[in-house]
Design a binder for this molecule. Sequence first.
Ligand code: 0WD
Ligand code: CA
Length: 380
Amino acid sequence: RTNHHWQQSSATPEQTPPRSQTLCTSREAYERAFPLYKQPVEVGCFSLDSQRRFFSDSRQMRYYVEPDRSPNFDLSDGYRERYVKRDENVKEKLDHILRWIVANRSKLKSKLSPDASCPLDFDFVTWRGHLTKLLTTPYETREGWLLAVTRFNGTLYISEVETEAARRERENRPERNQQMMYWGYKFEQYMCADKTYSEPDPSGVVNTNEAFCTVVQTRLTDHKLLFSGEVDCRDKDPDAPPPPACYVELKTSAEICTPKQRSNFHRFKLLKWWAQSFLPGVPRVVAGFRDHDGIVVSVETFQISKISQLIKNEYNCWKPTVCMNFCCDILSFVKREATEDNPSVVYLFSWEPHRDVTYSVHRDSQYSFLPDWYIKEMTC
Ligand code: 0WD
Ligand code: CA
């Protein structure tokens, strides 16, 4: 009984180690059991038209059309004459998602009562693409990130800020890379029809302003999430399962000719593809493998649920559990550190490869991203 004294004293505040203001990103730290990730549920969708105008409906939905196994699509066709490119200098931040929330508030359950419209019953609101970056962080060796976080009515909003390095790269993008970006969109045009009963129209214009986005809710351990992601197309079979299970993600990739190329494809490409589609519960990726001239030489379907099996023979390969546990822990870190509930305060989380995650706090700065119309609409 007497030797209990020293144990008690070890719990005094002075001897509790200070909680770290940084978060480790090394893989080994996240090798534990797979965390609870609830099956994502689609709660709505929206569309952005050829002029990037928002509509709270599915007018930009497209339908997957099964191609030949060796289709010979020319992905460069129309690059000079039939290409309308979205203005990448316009930073939309979370605006489209916030517009969707305002337009669909009555559908979303509130924390207080079913009819109260605020606060929202979510811990985090963000783009799927931002979560993809978090999932792949323990394996990323090239590009860092900056994420602005604001706590408002108890919900944490996460919006990416372009890094200086990313801006420089975007502004100095070689012509070849510009063309390769077009290839991805052109592949979508070869593979998708506008109506369930129509065929793809490769003679049309490729306009990257157009988008169809799903809005899903899910939970990662104790984090309630609401996020939106762009969806390429859906299965046109009327008996297909409901969204997001009927959605199809389209990708292009260089054809695989050597064991080294196959290994790199497994280690780097499949990580990105898995993370992006696993998050919203999109079950398959259809990949067009193209040669150096942008001709699609083969098309292959990857089931997201089978990717972890596919990569298991790869030495020192990525693991889904590391990705999900890191995401869970960084969301806990953000929740713990971003405490001031104020729409004009931004906690800027920053990460560079081989470093810990750190953050800084900014009041009424260039980083504030919640628009006045949203704050006004959601203040009750
Ligand atoms: O302004 C910004 N900084 C951002 C805008 C950053 C991130 C996203 N967005 C918005 C846009 O409104 C876009 O419609 O992102 C939407 C797509 O969001 P997401 O699904 O969360 O993004 P992600 O998973 O990274 O990309 C999905 C697709 C890409 O397809 P591939 O197969 O390449 O992964 O969305 C496209 C692209 O086709 N895309 C974008 N479209 C517009 N703006 C952007 C972007 N910044 N990034 C990817
Ligand atoms: Ca795609």
